[in-house]
Design a protein around this ligand. Sequence first.
Ligand SMILES: Cc1ncc(COP(=O)(O)O)c(C=O)c1O
Length: 319
Amino acid sequence: MTAFAPAAVAANAFVPPAPESQAPPADAATASTTAPVPRTPHASASPFDVVHDRAGTASLKWDFAAERGRPDTALPLWVADMDHPTAPCVINALLWRVRHGIFGYTEPDAAYNATLAAWFARRYDWRIDPAWNVITPGVVPALATAVRALTEPGDAVVIEEPVYYPFREVVEQQGRVVAPAPLVRGADGVYRRDLEALDAALTASGARLLLLCNPHNPVGRVWTRAELTELARITGRHGTLVVSDEVHADLALPGHRTTPFASLSADAAARTITCTSPSKSFNLAGLQVANILIADPELRARFRSALGAAGYSQPMCWG
Ligand SMILES: Cc1ncc(COP(=O)(O)O)c(C=O)c1O
């Protein structure tokens, strides 16, 4: 059962065949047998049926296939970057900002903070304090920063494979060691956590850090509250810090709801770094903004210090 829609598989890069209800009107068909079939969807079609040409926009997936050793004609379904425009309200806000014409250094202001807090309260019933937020240029940079901040070279870090490939990269490329706790695919095709194996991996490796993918890419699971509670119990017993990548939180399909790991309890909040971003929900990956929520002041200071050591300070202007 796939419970969320990873954008990588949602990318719709082909011209869909027009369903009968969208066929050109009869007079168009009879007017000329050689007239080209219009590709503009019927007025009642969903905006998601419109096929946009992104060629020539320096798009990683469309314009750089050949450079990445793929034929120019390959359908680029590998990256979670949708071929749909973002929401009109986002475009309007960006246009307003662009027309202002001055793009100096900025900080999140009161309006930004209020919007952020309202988003998590409304969607997840999770009361965050905007003071928890540290902005980074993306979730993957935040995963890498957290690994640097919370572990030393040679330390073990638990990941639950199969998982989005940068999870392994941010560990190994920084001289840490992956302690695998693989997910197990049941006879029903659903991936689950093997709690005993996880417990054993934490004990054997001595790992103090686990990278959680919540919801999980690529297995398509929105972890249930019960599953996350079990994870919190085991990691709590080991004193393991958790970095929870929640970039796909908003894409849970109907009938499923993401539970932010840190929202489970005060204990979970105190040892979790939650990586959130509007990039998947609103197709804004190219704008490079992620909100990293860290309730514990000491963890937050360590994270900020590692981010600062990499030379990063202000986010792109967004307000
Ligand atoms: C699980 C997961 N985390 C993070 C990212 C990328 O996030 P960002 O572009 O903010 O670094 C992706 C992109 O596909 C993803 O699937």
